[in-house]
Design a protein around this ligand. Structure first.
Ligand SMILES: *Cc1c(COP(=O)(O)O)cnc(C)c1O
Length: 408
């Protein structure tokens, strides 16, 4: 009889976004005609930059000619895109990352889960709490955890709290860990990490031969020029860190699909017999076997984000969302709420008022303001008592949502 992967049965049922949809459906059925504003799921809303559209259109026409047709491309991505990334995202910031250390993919969500393919089963794993659920669930599916506990945490994972009580600064673990997931600017809290703090993590990883998986999906939203956009701005990071980046949030590519992972050639991992093995070669091998590359058209669209017009259009997009974030922050603060994030990230993290729990506050906003957000507890036990609003929406929707919340 066919056997399934039993680890899937450990996954928490009725997880966050389905539960939000369920409550929204119930509300809509009871209140037909109500106009909901969704500031919940982290998807972008504004149109694709012109430079990207033009590049993709030109690529389609090129594909319609015999001389310009492209079949399978390199599994690791076209050299011209890898070079544009190495130069514009890394070398200009003083990071010595070469084009062949960049692997193009169709998303950071898959990269950050697929990476487990090349890592061992015995790693002690640390995640922040609250956390982007993909890091946890991919480890559950791979069998790296025990059962789920009542708190929603899984046995066998080390959770590092980030909350107001530690100023949203994630502390080094008290127990030894081998694999560390960090996401800054942070989804869901909007918190950031300073270079000084990130250096502590890099030093920890080097001392303990640990690996940091650094998710920089929101680096484009950084406004404070002292903050690191890449972990490779930190000395020593090339010996201990993999970085994930995506065109989803900065260029609105959530529906286009293009991202990349940086694996420095200097990165080594241990095998049972204590030999140190090149991580770069394993990932290259993994991608060649299990992946056939991102479409030529999409990679052309991604390349256009590095042209002069592309850069300025992306900046406008980011500025637009950050203006929404500022609006949300200011309005909620004026209403007397305690808010965090939203200054270097498109997420505002709200302390729920009057010690309401996250889901009570969710229902409150849904019923009284017809605004949908995300309960902090859905991202982890330490998210209880918090609530996430996203700045990804039109200006008029954000303004209307704030007006409605004000009127409660
Ligand atoms: C949106 C997001 C990504 C990007 O995922 P893609 O698969 O590239 O769209 C990565 N990490 C985090 C934390 C995100 O919120």
């Amino acid at each position: 009889m066919v056997q399934i992967n039993p680890n899937y049965l450990k996954l928490k049922a009725g997880y966050l976004f389905p539960e939000i949809s369920r409550r929204v459906e119930v509300f809509k059925n009871q209140n037909p005609g109500s106009e909901l504003i969704r500031l919940g799921i982290g998807d972008v809303t504004e149109p694709l930059p012109l430079a990207c559209r033009e590049a993709m259109k030109a690529a389609i026409d090129e594909m319609g000619t015999s001389s310009g047709f492209h079949g399978y491309g390199p599994e690791q991505g076209y050299q011209w895109l890898r070079e544009a990334i190495a130069k514009n995202d890394y070398q200009v910031r003083g990071c010595e990352i070469a084009a062949d250390e960049i692997f193009i993919s169709d998303g950071s969500k898959c990269d950050s889960s697929n990476i487990l393919d090349i890592l061992g089963d015995q790693n002690r794993i640390a995640v922040t709490d609250p956390v982007y659920p993909v890091y946890v669930d991919s480890n559950v599916m791979t069998g790296h955890t025990g059962e789920v506990l009542d708190s929603g945490r899984y046995k066998g994972l080390s959770y590092l709290p980030i909350s107001a009580s530690n100023n949203f600064e994630v502390s080094l673990p008290s127990n030894a860990v081998d694999l560390i997931y960090l996401c800054f600017p942070n989804n869901p809290t909007g918190a950031v990490i300073t270079k000084k703090k990130l250096l502590e993590w890099v030093d920890y990883a080097r001392k303990n031969n640990a690996l940091i998986l650094f998710d920089a999906a929101y680096e484009a939203f950084i406004q404070d020029s002292s903050l690191p956009h890449s972990i490779y701005e930190i000395e020593g990071a090339k010996e201990c860190a993999i970085e994930f980046r995506s065109f989803s949030k900065n260029a609105g590519f959530t529906g286009v699909r293009c991202a990349f992972t940086v694996i420095p050639k200097t990165l080594k991992g241990n095998v049972g017999n204590h030999d140190m093995i090149d991580i770069w070669s394993l990932w290259s091998r993994r991608q060649s076997t299990k992946f056939n590359g991102v479409s030529y058209i999409v990679q052309k669209g991604a390349e256009a984000t590095y042209s002069a017009s592309g850069k300025s259009q992306i900046k406008s997009l980011v500025d637009f969302y950050m203006k929404n974030a500022t609006l949300i922050r200011e309005k909620l603060t004026d209403m007397g709420l305690q808010v965090y994030g939203g200054t270097n990230a498109p997420y505002v993290w709200i302390k729920t008022p009057e010690s309401m729990n996250s889901w009570t506050f969710f229902d409150h906003l849904l019923k009284r303001a017809n605004v949908v957000g995300t309960p902090g507890s859905g991202f982890g036990a330490s998210g209880e008592g918090y609530f996430r609003l996203s700045a990804f929406n039109s200006r008029s929707n954000v303004e209307l949502a704030m007006k409605r919340i004000e009127n409660i």
